[in-house]
Design a binder for this molecule. Structure first.
Ligand SMILES: Cc1cc2nc3c(=O)[nH]c(=O)nc-3n(C[C@H](O)[C@H](O)[C@H](O)COP(=O)(O)O)c2cc1C
Length: 215
């Protein structure tokens, strides 16, 4: 089950269109959540919670909201980009086996969160590390994950009864997939290409580096 870490990192994909809807293998959900919960966190605050959503009605309500937000985004695009966007699937909410909403509680461990006094966002960084752990563990389990961010936080808070002050950070679709694609879906659709590593590297100080046609 445990593949080489680099293999898992490079096989990981954001999944929208390849979910089968089949049940998860026994124990897989616990292992994936355990991996998320093992993430590093600022001041050992572990500011995350995980809401596992199987309810069809909740998923349909969320999906309708996502479709609305998709339209809102599409309306901001020029005709050419809107046409390209119209062919891109942005979620697998209804097709995946289940969803997990990951939340952030800024009050966990406060007021003296060790290491967060000067960088308030360090708490959010911690939640994102838990999400990445979950994503990689799911990939090692040959499951797919799709991060959906086409939503308003207030809508999701109301839908799931999340208390005030706790922020939903991600809606993650999870489940078995037919396969993981070799390239990101957005690249496949000509929306955007991945930046080569050398374009992101700086030596000693910030320098412009090689320019690309894309940026
Ligand atoms: C914070 C965040 C939000 C994202 N939101 C969405 C989303 O709403 N819909 C979607 O289809 N993909 C979403 N993605 C997936 C990205 O489009 C994807 O990671 C990127 O295109 C690279 O593809 P890969 O993850 O397969 O390497 C999101 C990813 C991140 C990290």
């Amino acid at each position: 089950m445990i593949s080489d870490i680099y293999d898992v990192i490079h096989r990981r994909r954001d999944v929208r269109g390849q979910f089968t809807g089949e049940p998860l293998p026994p124990g897989a959900l616990d292992r994936v959540l355990g991996a998320a919960h093992a993430a590093p966190s600022v001041g050992l605050s572990q500011p995350w919670d995980f809401i596992v959503i199987r309810d069809r009605g909740l998923r349909e309500s969320f999906h309708r909201h996502v479709e609305h937000e998709r339209d809102t985004f599409a309306a901001t695009l020029d005709a050419e980009a809107a046409d390209r966007f119209s062919r891109i699937k942005i979620d697998g909410v209804l097709e995946s086996t289940l969803s997990i909403v990951v939340t952030y509680d800024a009050d966990r461990g406060s007021p003296a969160v060790l290491g967060r006094h000067s960088i308030a966002d360090a708490g959010l960084y911690s939640v994102c590390l838990a999400i990445q752990n979950l994503w990689l563990a799911a990939t090692a389990e040959h499951l797919g994950v799709g991060w959906v961010s086409f939503y308003r936080e207030a809508f999701l808070q109301h839908l799931l009864g999340i208390p005030a002050g706790i922020r939903p950070v991600a809606w993650l679709c999870l489940g078995p997939v037919t396969h993981l694609q070799g390239v990101p879906d957005l690249e496949g659709h000509g929306w955007r290409r991945r930046r080569p590593l050398h374009a992101a590297l700086h030596a000693d100080r910030w320098n412009p580096g090689p320019t690309t046609t894309q940026d």
